[in-house]
Every structure is written in C-alpha cells, then in structure tokens.
Write a protein of this length. Structure first.
Length: 455
C-alpha cells in the first residue's frame, strides 16, 4: 500500500488539513486519515487530477504550422483543416506512437491523470489498410502503457465527407470505414483489451453528423453498449447550416431528438446552442467536452457556459488539437471568454461557492471523469487514485490556503506549479517531470525534425 501525506487536500466535502491518503495495490484509494505519520511521499497541496476528455494527438506535431494566412482572405477552421490534411500525408505508425507518447507526457506534466483519445487516423496514406486493422489504435495504447496515463480509447467512425454522402477524398481516406470495416476494427480492439491495464476503457466516437449517418451512429451504439460515446457537434456555424439544410434541425437538437442521449454521451464543443438546446442538453445528463484553447485558436466561437452550467449542465475539458497543452490555461480561457462576451468578471461561480478557480476545477474534474467513463475526479475511498500535487514553495501560491490556491493557479500562474501526478496510483510525474521524459522527448525530437522537414 502506498501513502501520500498532504498539508492540504481538496476532498468532496471541502478542504482538509494534514491528511494521509492510502492507495491500494490496484490503484484505488483505500482510505483518508487525519495524521502526520510517516508516508511514502509528502506534498503541500493535493487535488483530484483532471481527465483530458478530447484529444487528436497527432495534431500536436503540426502545432504552429497553420498560423500563416493562405490565399483566402478569410482564414478559418476550414482552411486550417486543409493544412491538417496535408500533414497527414507523411505520418507513419511509428510517428503516431512517438507523438502520442509526447502528448501524454505533456498532459501528465500539466496535471491531467487521464486522457480520452478521439482517434480517427486508422489507415495509411490514401486509405491503404494496415495488415493489423487496429495498428494505429494499438500505437496509442502502447504509448499509454509507457507513459502510465489513464486512458480511454475512442475509435472514430468516419464514413462520408458530408451530409450529401459524398465519398472521402485526400487525407480523409486515412479516417474512413464502412460499417462492416468499423465493426471489424472495434472487434479487434475488444479482443486486445485483456492485455491492457484495468483502468483503461474502450468507448466509441461517431465523428459528427457530417461524417456518420444515423445508421452509423446506431451501429456505434450497438458496438459499445456500455462505454462512453463521443461526437463532435455544433463546433462551426458552417456545420450548423449544412446540418439544417440536410436534416431540417440544428446538430444538437437533431442528436437530442433522434438518439438516446444520457450520461454516457459527451458532445464535443457544442459551441453554438439555442435556448432550448441548452435546457435539454443540460437535462440529458450528457457532458459537453470543451476545448477552449483550440476553440479560440480556430475561431469557433464562445460556448454559453454560464447559461448551460446554471441549468445543471456538466462540462469536461480537452486539449483537442494540442496546439498548447495547459490545464490551467484551458480553464482560464473558458472563464475569460465568458468575461469578454458579457463584459463582466467572475462569471462561472455559484452563490454559495464564490471561488471561480475552484468552481471551474471541480466541474472539470467530475464532468471529465464521467465523460471518459473513469472512476475518478474526486479524492475519496473507492475512487481511482488520480491525484495531482502542487508545489507550495512556488512563488505564485506561497503562503496561500484553500480556494486561493486554485484561483491563483487558474488565473495567475502556469502548470509549473505541478510537482507530482499519480494515475491510478502510478507515480508518473515527480519534481514536475515525467519519469520517462528523457527517452520520450528524445524519440519525439527525432520524429518531429523529420516531419517538419517533409512538411
């Protein structure tokens, strides 16, 4: 049994001083006791670690390469996507594994303990199938075993290039599967699951209403009757127009009206909602997966977080394109975007819980764990020991207590505050660095140097 002693711990009941957390060999919290007894590790502040609910890991390697305006005077998501497709032409399975490992390392060092990977690069360039149908999925799983991150794999069904049913072309061919092909891919993954750690989970992700038909989404639900279900929805206004024209309903409205949306669902982005969608999505118990850094980078728009959360809606946080992996900045951008839109301050709070930082953090912790089907997001007996410790010697929080620490981390500091991270009890970050940083970073450096030269 492992033991961690903390001067301050954020529990479901609030802050508690001088506690020892005992962790079973299976990675779950055994109990929490008031003591200053000897422990395996001593920290200043310990928090429930967040889950990163939405990631396209391979896009980490193109970060910064889509920041020059092209020939179109209006640069937006769709021109960014063209750069991404070009980048796909050069990725190999080895590259995908090296990039995934670096992304997971950076997530852990930022304070995340687990990741949901929305994985759609299934095939080789031009759609050529690999001999092992789940080759690229297994590369992500290999990376997760190496980094020790908690992991939920979400293979993506991507079967058409638009609601008119047109065929995939260019880089999209690496994503594509018909329903039989996707079922075979999912079956191969299921067969491999006993080889992976017990805290790894398998879900499914129909990409979007543009890329997956109603029959395709229903196929996904049948394949994964118990796992998480993720889908992109209402990220871009052009997408909404296309869906309305084809289906006579806005994307989120169509999903709510035609699918059995419940607590297993995570709608990614959901940026553009009308009042009825806000109300009904909040009531569905689904989680909205927000990716504020990417949404800002792509110019998507501002999610109506204040209205949604006031209705009891739940959120998780993801890093999506991984243009910048920063837990604190994701939360900061979420709140400050609301402030810019509404021209006021300290918006995402509750009347009886005035701390903006704590409100954001706890909402993302519980909602994120739910979104990826993980028994975490809280420090209590029976939960997975997904824990993050902050260095109370850091100048940004020195001398602070309780909620002031979270307010300062989210709004006035960086993830340099993170000193230790445990994922299902695995102590993977110490003194602010991942335990395999040198090896993983070295492999990524060689890979990214070659990719950038080719790009």
């Amino acid at each position: 049994m492992k033991t961690i002693a903390a001067e301050q711990a954020l529990l479901p009941t609030g802050w508690r001083n001088d506690v020892t957390i005992r962790i079973n060999d299976d990675g779950h919290i055994a109990d929490i006791i008031d003591t200053e007894a000897p422990a395996d590790h001593r920290v200043g502040v310990i928090l429930p670690a967040l889950s990163n609910v939405h990631s396209h890991s391979f896009q980490r390697a193109m970060a910064g390469l889509a920041e020059q305006r092209g020939p179109n005077p209006i640069d937006d998501f769709w021109t960014w996507r063209n750069v991404m497709y070009h980048f796909l032409d050069v990725l190999t399975p080895d590259d995908i594994e090296d990039i995934a490992a670096l992304v997971q390392l950076e997530m852990l060092e930022a304070g995340y303990a687990s990741q949901g990977e929305f994985h759609y690069v299934h095939h080789g360039p031009d759609g050529a199938r690999y001999h092992q149908i789940d080759e690229t999925s297994q590369r992500h799983l290999h990376a997760a075993r190496k980094t020790g991150i908690g992991y939920t794999h979400l293979p993506v069904l991507y079967s058409q290039a638009g609601l008119d049913g047109r065929a995939l072309e260019g880089g999209q061919r690496r994503f594509g599967n018909d329903l039989d092909g996707f079922a075979a891919l999912y079956a191969a993954l299921e067969a491999s699951w006993p080889d992976h750690p017990d805290d790894f989970a398998l879900g499914v992700a129909p990409h979007s209403l543009r890329a997956a038909t109603k029959e395709g989404i229903e196929t996904c639900l049948a394949l994964a009757p118990n796992g998480p279900i993720h889908i992109h929805a209402a990220e871009q206004e052009a997408e909404i127009s296309e869906v309305v024209a084809a289906l006579n309903a806005r994307p989120v409205r169509w999903i709510l009206d035609h699918m059995p949306v419940d607590e297993r669902w995570c709608l990614i982005h959901a940026t553009h909602l009308d009042t009825s969608e806000i109300d009904d999505l909040a009531a569905s118990h689904a989680v909205v997966g927000l990716c504020p850094i990417t949404e800002a980078n792509l110019g998507d728009g501002i999610f109506p977080a204040a209205s949604f959360m006031a209705k009891g809606g739940e959120i998780g946080i993801g890093s999506d394109s991984n243009v910048n992996i920063s837990l604190s900045e994701e939360l900061r951008v979420l709140e400050t975007s609301q402030r810019l839109r509404d021209r006021r301050r300290v918006i995402l709070t509750r009347e009886n819980a005035p701390s903006n930082g704590r409100m954001l953090y706890e909402a993302a912790a519980t909602g994120g764990a739910k979104a990826i089907g993980r028994n975490s997001g809280r420090i209590e007996p029976g939960a997975l020991a997904d824990l993050v410790a902050l260095d109370t010697r850091h100048l940004d929080i020195i001398g602070l207590k309780g909620d002031r620490i979270l307010d300062s981390w989210v709004f006035a500091s960086t993830d340099d505050l993170v000193c230790d991270v445990w994922s299902a009890g695995r102590h993977v970050v110490t003194d602010g660095k991942h335990i395999h940083r040198a090896e993983i970073a070295s492999k990524f450096a060689a890979t990214i140097r070659r990719l950038r030269a080719a790009f």
